[in-house]
Design a binder for this molecule. Structure first.
Ligand SMILES: NC(=O)c1ccc[n+]([C@@H]2O[C@H](COP(=O)([O-])OP(=O)(O)OC[C@H]3O[C@@H](n4cnc5c(N)ncnc54)[C@H](O)[C@@H]3O)[C@@H](O)[C@H]2O)c1
Length: 449
C-alpha cells in the first residue's frame, strides 16, 4: 500500500465514522453557519478566526448572527462539539480544514486575495500529511491551483499525495428561511481523484446533496456563473423598470405575472442596487480572469456598470420627485432613509446601496438620517468609514413627519410601514414594500422609484 493511499484511506475512514476533526478558518456569514452545521452533524468542529471579539462572543454563546435560532450557538458550544479559537496551532489537530475568509475587491476594483493568502500561509505553517484543505471563498477559476496550492506545498508536501486539496463554493443566502446550509446542494471539485472522493464523502455526510465536478477551476467557475447570472438579471429588471414606467406599466406587476410561467422564466426584482460581499464582487473576479486569459464578458461588465450606477440613479430620482411633488430642491432638504442593510432582515451593511444613496444625497446638499431596526448605530464598513457612529432615529409619527422625504431603501420586516405611510410628507419606495403589505399611502405623496 502506497503512503498516499494509506493517508487517503485513513482520512476516508475517519470521515465516514464522523471522527474527522474539522476546522473552519473564518467565522463570518459563511464560516459560522457552516461550522455549526458540521458540528450539528456530529463532527468535532473548531472555528478559527483572527477577530478576538467575535471569538469571545461565540464562545460565550452569543447570537452573533441575528437570523440564527436564539440558542443555536449556545447549544453548539455547551454541547462540547464546537468551540472558537484564534490559535492557528489548533490546525495541527484538524483532519479537514475549510477556508471561509473574505474575497473583496481592491480599491482598483480587482480581486483582493489577501485574506485567502493570509489563511493559506497560516495553514501552511501547520500542514501535515493526511489533511484535506478546502477553499470555500469565492475566487477566480484557477486561483486554488495556482495561488493556494503553491503556498501549501512550500514545505515539501504534495497535493493529492501527502495532503488533499478541494474547492467547494459557498452558497449561503443570509436571512433565507426556506433554505439552510444543510439543504443547499454543495458543489465539490478537485484536480485529483483522491481529493475529489474525500470532499464528496465529507459533504455527503453533511448536506442533502453533493454535486461533484471534474476540477478545482470548474467548481470555482460554478460560483461565478451563479452570481453573474444574478447580476445580469438584476440589471435587466432595473433597466426594464425605467422603460416600463415610461410606458405607464408597473414592472412589479409584470414580474409577478411573468413568474407564473412554469418554465423559461425566473423572477428578479428591481431595487436600489446590489449589495453584500458576494453578488457585486464575484462577477468582477470572472471579468478580471477573462481579461487575463485574453477573453471578455461585455454583458456581465455592462450589467455591473448598471448595478453600480443604480444608487446614483435612485438619488437623482429622489431629487426629481422632491422638486416635482415636494416642491423643494434636494439641497437643504431633510431626507430619512429607511433601512441601511444591503438587503432585508440582515445586519450587514457591506457594499449596501442604501449607504451609496445616502452619500450621494448628501453630496447634493441633502441632510440625511436613517432608521434601521438592526443598526441603532451605523457600523464601521470598508467603503464608508466616515459614516460610522451615526445613530438610527426613532420611528414615530412626529419624527417621520419632520422629513421632507422618506426613502425606503431596505424593506426590513420589522419596520412599521403603516406609521410611515400615515406620516411621511413624501414617500419614495424602491422595494414595492407598501403594495406587498397591502398598505396604501396617500395619493400624490407616494411614488415607487
Ligand atoms: N456573505 C454571503 O452571503 C456569502 C455568500 C456566498 C459566498 N460568500 C463568500 O464567502 C467568503 C466569506 O464571506 P463572509 O461573508 O463569510 O465573510 P465575513 O467577512 O463575514 O467573514 C470572514 C471572517 O474571516 C475572518 N478572517 C479573515 N482572515 C482570516 C484569517 N487569515 N484567518 C482566520 N480568520 C480570518 C474575519 O475575521 C471574519 O470574521 C467570501 O469569499 C464571500 O465572497 C459570501
Amino acid at each position: 500500500m502506497t503512503n498516499a493511499f494509506s493517508l487517503f484511506s485513513s482520512l476516508k475512514d475517519r470521515i465516514a465514522r464522523h471522527e474527522a476533526r474539522v476546522t473552519t478558518v473564518g467565522l463570518g456569514y459563511v464560516g459560522l453557519p457552516l461550522a455549526l452545521t458540521i458540528s450539528e452533524t456530529g463532527f468535532p468542529t473548531t472555528g478559527l478566526d483572527l477577530n478576538e471579539t467575535r471569538v469571545a462572543a461565540i464562545n460565550a454563546g452569543e447570537r452573533v448572527i441575528s437570523y440564527f435560532a436564539e440558542d443555536r450557538i449556545r447549544n453548539a458550544v455547551t454541547g462540547g462539539r464546537f468551540a472558537a479559537t484564534q490559535d492557528f496551532a489548533t490546525l495541527a489537530e484538524a483532519d479537514v480544514i475549510l477556508i471561509c475568509v473574505p474575497t473583496p475587491l481592491s480599491p482598483a476594483r480587482e480581486p483582493d486575495l489577501s485574506y485567502v493568502l493570509g489563511a493559506a500561509e497560516g495553514i501552511a505553517g501547520w500542514l501535515r500529511p493526511g489533511q484535506l484543505v478546502v477553499l470555500e471563498s469565492t475566487v477566480w477559476p484557477g486561483a486554488t491551483a495556482t495561488v493556494v496550492r503553491p503556498i501549501l506545498e512550500r514545505g515539501g508536501l504534495r497535493a493529492g499525495e501527502d495532503f488533499f486539496l478541494a474547492f467547494s463554493p459557498e452558497r449561503e443566502d443570509p436571512g433565507n428561511h426556506s433554505f439552510e446550509t444543510r439543504t443547499i446542494p454543495k458543489v465539490v471539485g478537485a484536480d485529483d481523484a483522491r481529493s475529489r472522493d474525500l470532499i464528496d464523502l465529507f459533504y455527503s455526510q453533511i448536506v442533502t446533496q453533493t454535486v461533484p465536478v471534474s476540477s478545482l477551476a470548474t467548481a470555482e467557475a460554478v460560483k461565478l456563473a451563479e452570481n453573474s447570472f444574478r447580476t445580469v438579471n438584476i440589471a435587466l429588471v432595473n433597466e426594464m423598470k425605467v422603460a416600463l414606467e415610461a410606458m405607464g406599466v408597473d414592472v412589479w406587476e409584470v414580474v409577478r405575472a411573468a413568474a407564473t410561467k412554469p418554465f423559461g422564466y425566473m423572477p428578479f426584482y428591481p431595487g436600489p442596487g446590489i449589495g453584500g460581499d458576494c453578488i457585486p464582487v464575484s462577477p468582477a473576479y470572472l471579468s478580471w480572469r477573462a481579461r487575463d486569459v485574453g477573453s471578455s464578458l461585455p454583458i456581465v461588465d455592462l450589467a455591473r456598470t448598471n448595478n453600480d450606477n443604480a444608487p446614483d440613479m435612485i438619488a437623482g430620482r429622489v431629487a426629481v420627485e422632491m422638486s416635482k411633488r415636494g416642491g423643494r430642491p434636494v439641497a437643504g432638504a431633510r431626507v430619512l432613509i429607511l433601512g441601511i442593510a444591503y438587503k432585508k432582515d440582515v445586519e450587514d451593511t457591506r457594499v449596501s446601496p442604501a449607504l451609496a444613496i445616502l452619500r450621494r444625497l448628501e453630496a447634493m446638499g441633502a441632510l440625511c438620517d436613517f432608521h434601521d431596526p438592526y443598526f441603532p448605530v451605523m457600523p464601521l464598513t470598508r467603503d464608508d468609514p466616515d459614516l460610522a457612529g451615526r445613530r438610527s432615529v426613532p420611528l414615530t409619527d412626529e419624527v417621520v413627519a419632520g422629513y421632507d422625504a422618506v426613502l425606503v431603501a431596505t424593506d426590513h420586516t420589522r419596520i412599521d410601514y403603516v406609521l410611515v405611510a400615515r406620516s411621511a410628507r413624501l414617500l419614495l419606495d424602491t422595494r414595492n414594500v407598501f403594495a406587498a403589505r397591502g398598505v396604501v399611502p396617500a395619493e400624490g405623496r407616494f411614488v415607487k422609484i
